[in-house]
Design a protein around this ligand. Structure first.
Ligand code: CUA
Length: 313
């Protein structure tokens, strides 16, 4: 089993990972044993019962009750073991422990956003304490996404218009990758985040200071950081290269032509409304795919991003 583990499974970093891997191993081991038995039977029979002369023929066999019961009962038992084991795991994932720490997770094309109980918001990074169950209450603002952390062996669809939830308990500190596993458009493969697992005390410090630390940075520097942290950089480059959205380089002061033919000069107000309600004014040649950042970024953060864009020419 450890051979399997190292060969193709990521490290086990949650309380449910070992059980999930054991089931995975059981399915593989059983399949492998039957593969060997069946191939051996095929080869053996084709040698033993090969045609040796013109008059060599097998009598017609209509049925064999013993054989038929055997090949029905054995697979049935195996399937029921896998079903029972899998169902128990499913129920466990659906039922968060009552003392779980709750975080709201929002999937947007194409980023993950997390809201904590004290009002802190983080994008692209989910911060959690180690050795404590964490329950995510999730929804999407646009299409179906799926929240997947391979290290934790958890995966759950994230839907627009209704909540779904998943829980996990991280067993070690460090970082694990979050993938979106439901195809959700052009930048689906870039829709990643990470889980950052802290010691309890370190987590509390992070939670209390996450949005305060920012005010110590000069606006343009903070803006540069926010652009990465909030996944703006997934679609907007800062060096002039073309991605899903217009580049930030040389953007400020530029005259852009909108879908409806009108022109807009890119100033503070245009950038601000494009961040908060991006789909009201779409630059010609681009798709209306950016998620609104209303409720995600505060005024201070928006100012910082504007200052950062101003520095790029
Ligand atoms: Cu979100 Cu794929």
């Amino acid at each position: 089993m450890y051979f399997f583990q190292d060969l193709f499974l990521p490290p086990q970093r949650s309380t449910v990972a070992a059980d999930t891997d054991a089931l995975f191993g059981f399915v593989h081991a059983t399949s492998f044993i039957f593969l060997v038995l069946i191939v051996a039977a095929i080869v053996g029979f084709s040698i033993i019962y090969r045609r040796r002369s013109e008059h060599d023929s097998t009598p017609v066999i209509t049925h064999n009750a013993k054989l038929e019961i055997t090949w029905s009962v054995i697979p049935f038992i195996l399937v029921m073991i896998v079903f029972g084991w899998g169902f128990r795991g499913y129920l466990n994932l659906r039922t968060a422990p009552p003392d779980a720490y709750e975080v709201r997770a929002i999937g947007k094309s194409w980023l993950w956003e997390f809201h904590y109980d004290n009002g802190t918001v983080s994008v692209g990074e989910l911060h959690v304490p180690v050795d404590r169950p964490v329950k995510l209450v999730m929804n999407s603002t646009d299409v179906i996404h799926s929240f997947y952390v391979p290290d934790y062996r958890i995966k759950r669809d994230v839907l627009p218009g209704r909540y779904s939830s998943v829980w996990f308990e991280a067993t070690e500190t460090g970082e694990s990758i979050v993938f979106c596993t439901e195809y959700c458009g052009t930048a689906h493969s870039d829709m990643m985040a990470k889980v950052v697992v802290h010691e309890e005390e370190e987590f509390n410090t992070w939670l209390a200071t996450a949005n305060v630390q920012d005010s110590n940075l000069p606006p343009a520097e903070l803006g540069a950081e926010l652009v990465v942290r909030n996944a703006c950089a997934t679609c907007h480059s800062s060096d002039g290269s073309e991605l899903q959205g217009p580049t930030f380089a040389g953007l400020f002061g530029k005259t852009e032509t909108m879908e409806d033919g009108t022109t807009v000069t890119v100033d503070e107000n245009y950038i601000r409304s494009s961040i908060l309600r991006p789909n009201e004014q779409i630059v010609a040649g681009y798709q209306p795919v950016m998620p609104p950042y209303e409720g995600t970024l505060n005024d201070n953060q928006i100012n910082a991003i504007i200052e950062y864009i101003k520095t790029l020419d």
